[in-house]
Design a binder for this molecule. Sequence first.
Ligand code: BJW
Ligand code: ZN
Length: 242
Amino acid sequence: MCLEKARAWINQASSIAVLTGAGISAESGIPTFRGTAGLWKQFRPEDRATPHAFARNPETVWEWYDWRRSLISQAQPNAGHLALAELERSTPRFALITQNVDGLHQRAGSHNLLEVHGSIWKLRCTKCHREWHDQTVPLMLPPHCECGALARPGVVWFGEALPRDLWSSAEDATAASDVFLVVGTSAAVYPAAGLIHLARASGAKVVELNTEETAISAEVDCTLLGPAGEILPQLLNPNAQT
Ligand code: BJW
Ligand code: ZN
């Protein structure tokens, strides 16, 4: 049974890496991107999450990000985020690689966190490239840098490179892992999804947690089907009932 096998692999592991996606925050009330209730059913990625969309219409893009900032500011980390923070405390080498920009892993107490798609709480100047944190909700739109130029959300849009140092740390942690957990991601977006292939090629046991089967289910060692907020505590808490 996957739950028992995965527990044994985790207990024996000295190095664990985890890749999370929007699904881990779904139980906190934050919409995912794909699927029937996903953001991409309402908005086209080309109109909201590309440099071209921002250049064409910064106000519309900022309104969308400001709405999401407001939603996230009212959300709380759930049992899945908390279970991963606890796993970090009990694992000698641990990295949490997240595609999420919501900051809920930090708020749950995770430290060795690699936000490979950036953070919705960061702003970046389009001219001098200065980056800063701003938790104001709502923002005065569109926000500007102290140099006077327009600011953009500090996230990674389609067609943009992931932050180089973070990405190379994510690859190193993946390649070094004995167990690689893939939580709440459709594994549709690259290069992040490529970490799953890297983990397998490096000999890690790969365990997927998702409410449904995904593009990578056939390639992983086992898949645990169910909500991350329920499955992660069951998997990681040795006293939990199964
Ligand atoms: C639950 C649950 C519950 C629900 N419990 N589970 C190779 C092949 C094909 C294409 C490419 C390729 N390499 C690059 C590309 C192009 C592109 C890409 O991948 N396109 C594909 C979509 C076709 N990639 C890029 O453009 C990337 N950049 C790049 O490659 O640069 C190259 C370059 C190099 C050098 C110079 C210049 C360029 C960048 C990708 C950036 C993605 N950005 C976004 C927006 C971030 C900001 C924001 O939030 O607004 O990132 S798009 C969006 O998708 C967001 C997410 O992080 C990302 C992944 O989504 P995720 O997290 O998997 O969410 P969902 O909704 O897809 O899935 C949720 C899952 O949860 C589902 O499976 C549910 O079942 C599950 N679930 N409830 C557990 N309770
Ligand atoms: Zn500036």
